[in-house]
Ligand binder design. Sequence first.
Ligand SMILES: [Zn+2]
Length: 318
Amino acid sequence: MNILGFDIGGTKTMVGVAEESGKVLAMQRFETKGNLGPEQALSRMKEAARRVINEAGVTPDVIGIGCGGPLDRKSGTLYTVPNLPGWEGICLTREFGDEFGVPAFLENDANAAAMGEHLFGAGKGVDDFVFLIVGTGIGGGIIANGRIYRGFGDNAGEIGHHKIIPEGPPCPCGDRGCLEALASGTSIARIAREQLDRKPETLLWQWISSPEEVTAELVARAAGQGDSFASSIWQECMYYLGIGVANVVNILNPRLVILGGGVTKAGELLFEPVRRIVRERAMPALAADVEVVPAKNGDLVGLMGAFAVALENVRYRQ
Ligand SMILES: [Zn+2]
C-alpha cells in the first residue's frame, strides 16, 4: 500500500509519498501561504502532491492529512483554525480525496504526530505513551492501549492547556497559566524578552540588537554556554515543563513520554531537568514506570503522522 501524506501547518506544508512500512519515497516542503486563501493554497498543495507522486513513481491508495485544529475529523472539515484564517468550513478530505480518487482521512496535527511516533518512531511497539510537541505552542497526543485516545468530542490530549499557574501569563487559548504559556518556544522567548533590558551583561545581547529578536533557541544556546541570565530563564521554563510532564505521568501512568518539536533540539539541556523533575514530583510508583525520551521522526514528525493517520483508518475503518 502506498500513502500520500499532507502535513499542513500555519507556515510550512509537507507533502510526501510513503510505503506502508513508513519508507518515504518522495517528499516536498514548501510555504503554506494560507493567507492567499484556501483556493490558491490548496491548488499549490495539489500541484506539489502530483509532483511528489510522479517522483515516487507509484499510485497512492490512500491519503492521510494532519492539520492544526480545531477540526472535525469525521467530516474532514476545518473549524476556525487560528493559523489558517479564512479556511473555516474547508473539507480537506474531499479536496484531496476527489483530486486523487482515493479515500482521505484527517486528524489534528498533534494526534497525527503521536500516531506517527507509534507506528514509525520512538513509540513503536509501546501501547501506552504520551507525545508532546514543544514548539511554537505545546500540543499533545495520547496513545492508550495501542490506539490514539480522542475523548468524547475528539479533542482529548490538549496537554499544552492544562494549568500550571492558575493566574499565570495569558495563553493563546484565552485562559492563563497553561503549560503552553510557560514552556513553549514562544513563551521561553517572551519570558526572556520581558527581562532583557535589565540584563545588559547577558550573552544574548551579542547575538541580537533588540529584544524582539530573542528566540527560545538563542536562550538555550546561551544557557548551554553558562550565561547566568539565560540559564535562569531556561531552568524556570524547564521546571514548568517538568511539572507538566509529572502531572501527565500521574494522570495516565504512561510507559513513555515522548517529547518532540523545535524546543527539544536543545537535547540534554531539556531532557535532564525534565527527567529529574518527573522523578522528584510524580508519584514514585508511576515515576518508576516512565521514561522521558526524544521523538524519532524529527523534522518529519508531522508527515510521518499523516502517513500513520491513513494507515490507522485503513486498519480500523474508523
Ligand atoms: Zn492555554
